[in-house]
Design a protein around this ligand. Structure first.
Ligand code: PEP
Length: 247
């Protein structure tokens, strides 16, 4: 099973549902639809209405983040996994580089993962190295540390997806070479097999994925799908990625 996850970030109002209607229509008529899942993570404000709207349809709705506490707390503006699940979210991103750069550390991320799983959300755990780390050939070490500090064997790996997003690639148009990306993905899966024993969870790639570079990514069979930012805000761009992936 492959995954195409669209991360809307700070984008979208109720009428933006039109974008998802087009994606849903494409999916429902696509002969390859049994091979992949489409998940969209709109902002918090749209999760309840979109989850209701797409309840019996193909698109699943997820959140972009969750708070590191269970159920309710006294933290102003915080939103827990319990609250997200109660309005229909099925997934949540955790550890996106935007949130890491705003202060999310490994301890917080571990709690986020724990409570998300406890509240029946599937977790898309994001990891990635920055430009300097890449330049200093620290990528593999950084990724290993990010995984080992947060994920634990006792977590249900069936409900975890890992998204490898090099920070230097997010929103920049720059992407790793096929060779680099294959090596990195194999490394990530090896670390994950060490944590979970036997099988690795799915590993996605994210960072400037579009309808043309997806042709290169599809040659890397270790990649189980994509986390798509910019190109998920336009139905045509998002659909082109799926179309070209299966072409
Ligand atoms: C992201 O923010 O998760 C992302 C991958 O963005 P983009 O596709 O725009 O690089």
């Amino acid at each position: 099973m492959k995954y195409f996850i669209g991360n809307w970030k700070m984008f979208g109002v109720p009428k933006s549902v039109n974008i998802l209607n087009k994606i849903n229509l494409f999916y429902s008529e696509d002969k390859n639809r049994n091979k992949y899942r489409v998940i969209i993570t709109p902002p918090f404000t749209l999760i309840e209405s979109y989850s209701k709207y797409f309840k019996n349809k193909s698109i699943s709705i997820g959140a972009q983040n969750c708070y590191q506490k269970d159920q309710f707390s006294s933290n102003t503006a915080a939103i827990s996994s319990y609250m997200l699940r109660s309005v229909g979210a099925k997934y949540t991103l955790i550890g996106h580089s935007d949130n890491r750069s705003e202060g999310d550390n490994d301890t917080m991320l571990k709690d986020k993962v724990r409570y998300a799983l406890k509240n029946n959300l599937k977790v898309v755990f994001c990891i990635g190295e920055n430009k300097t780390e890449k330049k200093n050939k620290k990528t593999l070490n950084v990724l290993k540390r990010q995984l080992m500090k947060v994920l634990e064997k006792k977590f249900n790996k069936k409900n975890i997806i890992v998204a490898y997003e090099p920070i230097w690639s997010i929103g920049t148009g720059q992407i790793p070479t096929a060779n680099e990306l294959q090596k990195t993905t194999i490394h990530i899966k090896k670390v994950l097999k060490g944590i979970f024993k036997k099988n690795s969870p799915a590993v996605l790639y994210g960072g400037s994925v579009d309808g043309s570079n997806v042709k290169m990514f599809k040659e890397i069979k270790e990649i189980d799908g994509f986390l798509i930012g910019g190109a998920s805000k336009t139905s045509k761009k998002f659909i082109d990625i799926i179309k070209n992936y299966y072409r």
